[in-house]
Design a protein. Structure first.
Lengths: 270, 281
């Protein structure tokens, strides 16, 4: 049942992208997302597509896994496309009743759709290839300069990683309690909205109790091991840059330069 | 009542990179009034199997037949079935949720759609069976001790009057007295009320003392389905799959290796004593 949900979305396999330093992937994702807003013509999209497709291939994550993330935003996509299609002024192509589709409308709808899809696939490549633990490590390290101005970077990262590691635990717990109540004849699937909400009580009460119990146990276990926050704390596996990370930064820089420069060369304006 | 498990296989995370075969072609049959023990290392598929028996999981391959009907069929009444095959999960006290003990125990029979008077009668009987005194009935279940909570949770399943009772490691985390009480309760349910019992456990001594038949699982496969005595004759193999034999059997084997010609098929303390007396005579 709930075990089939792939939350946190990490896909365990061995690829170059999996081995990259999480900081590279964080910056890379940000660069890719920003780059999508730097151009308005086909040349830019061709560069972005080439880059994205090579990343997908490099990640060795099945494409079907990436598309899964799109399902959640299908409605948003549809609305954006429709608004762009009908509300962009320009040379009319087809018109019926009060609606007109313009050449510019088709163009901007297509661009907008591509941009949204790329945004989602681009960011899911990061979560699919990076364990939550690595991701928070990378964030902590990248944001560590902020601790100079008294931002509790370590604490925020710790809370994030605890929250992330609790997601599967709580999902499993939910699954277990749900099954235990179903074994006692509980019904979570039928009835109207009000009845369904009422039927959730046998699930929610034990779940909250167990979440509090676990939080309490974890706090005690951390204190018993003298956890005092980030001061003077060292890492078992400190993040270190390798040659491949530098190469990745170089590729990123080239990509960024390409998306800025190429679409602006008059001969390549498509 | 008959329950047939026919070539059942089950996968977790089917069709992904994380696919695990949790059950691998498992077949056996449960007869009326049996006391079965299900043993195996942690992660061998016991809990998965047990959830199949109660219809919570549906097999990917194979089928389970209750009195000849496939329980995965669309028109099979799973709701009533779950009342007939009661499942007590590991740490069942975590499923308690009502304001008081009595109402919590009423939850199961109420879900079966019985009239209120019958529901209350069953809850009362079940609580009496597990030895919860009247003065606890209207207390919050969260105020009870661990052992009491567990008994209340078991009463919650018993109140549905199951024909088959499956208990997944019911004694985990209990003190020795709590353990003994609970095992005697289970034995009574089997002997007096004629309930078919399937006990998932890690204690070989309990298995030897109670079970008529043992199912041994390893890596999703059913490797033994036999009487305790026959199963425990394979000490070496059991050790290899992370299990052991009862203490007494172990001692008999060691005595034999030291040169005492004792019988080696003793699995309970009484039998061990007999075996020792035999060679002393």
């Amino acid at each position: 049942m709930l075990r089939d949900i792939t939350l946190g979305q990490y896909y365990p396999t061995d690829s170059v992208l999996h081995r990259l330093d999480p900081r590279v992937k964080l910056l890379g994702t940000i660069v890719f997302l920003l780059s999508l807003f730097l151009f308005q013509n086909f040349t830019g999209y061709i560069i972005a597509t080439v880059f994205l497709v090579s990343m997908i291939l490099l990640s060795r994550v099945p494409f079907s896994f990436m598309v899964r993330g799109l399902k959640a935003v299908v409605i948003l996509l549809a609305i954006t496309v429709l608004i762009n299609l009908f509300a962009t002024p320009g040379i009319p192509l087809v018109s019926f009743w009060k609606f007109t589709i313009t050449k510019e409308g088709i163009r901007s709808a297509a661009f907008m759709m591509l941009r949204l899809i790329y945004l989602i696939i681009g960011s899911s490549i990061m979560t699919l290839t990076t364990t939550p633990k690595n991701l928070t490590d990378g964030m902590e390290k990248s944001l560590s300069p902020l601790s100079k101005i008294k931002v509790p970077v370590h604490e925020i990262a710790m809370m994030m990683s605890i929250a992330l590691s609790f997601i599967p635990i709580l999902l499993e717990e939910t699954d277990k309690i749900m099954k235990a109540q179903m074994a006692r004849g509980a019904d979570f699937e039928s009835g109207n909205l009000f009845k369904r909400i009422k039927n959730m009580v046998p699930l929610l009460v034990p779940l909250f109790i167990s979440a509090f119990r676990r939080a309490n146990d974890l706090a005690l276990a951390m204190e018993a091991r003298c956890y005092q926050g980030g001061n003077g704390r060292t890492k078992m596996k400190p993040l270190k840059y390798h040659l491949r990370d530098l190469a990745a930064y170089l590729i990123l820089a080239l990509y960024l330069a390409a998306t800025i420069v190429l679409p602006r060369i008059p001969a390549l304006k498509l | 009542m008959s329950l047939i498990i026919n070539h059942v296989s089950y996968y977790y995370n089917k069709n992904t990179a994380m696919e695990i075969k949790a059950l691998d072609d498992v077949s056996f049959k449960i007869e009326d009034g049996e006391f079965l023990a299900l043993i195996g290392q942690t992660g061998c598929g016991k809990s998965t199997l047990v959830q199949h028996l109660n219809g919570l999981l549906k097999p990917h391959e194979g089928a389970i037949y209750f009195n000849g009907e496939n329980i995965a069929d669309k028109d099979f009444d799973l709701h009533t079935y779950r009342g007939k095959v009661g499942l007590v999960f590991q740490y069942p006290e975590h499923q308690l949720f009502e304001e008081d003990v009595f109402t919590d125990v009423c939850f199961g029979p109420k879900n079966l759609g019985l009239p209120q008077s019958e529901v209350e009668l069953r809850a009362y009987e079940a609580l009496k069976q597990v030895g919860i005194a009247d003065e606890y009935f209207y207390q919050s279940p969260f105020d009870l001790s661990g052992g009491e909570k567990r008994r209340v949770a078991i009463a919650g399943v018993l109140a549905m009057k199951p024909e088959v009772l499956i208990l997944d490691e019911p004694t985990a985390g209990l003190d020795p007295k709590g353990r003994d009480d609970l095992l005697h309760l289970i034995r009574n349910l089997h002997d007096k009320n004629g309930i078919t019992v399937i006990l998932v456990t890690h204690s070989m001594d309990d298995v030897a003392a109670f079970a008529d038949r043992i199912l041994v699982m390893n890596a999703g496969q059913l490797v033994f389905d036999d009487e305790p005595r026959n199963v425990f004759a394979n000490e070496e193999y059991l050790n290899r799959i992370g299990l052991s034999v009862p203490e007494v059997t172990r001692i008999m084997h060691l005595l034999y290796q030291k040169g005492l010609p004792v019988r080696q098929d003793a699995i309970t303390i009484e039998e061990g004593l007999q075996a020792c007396l035999e060679i002393l005579r």
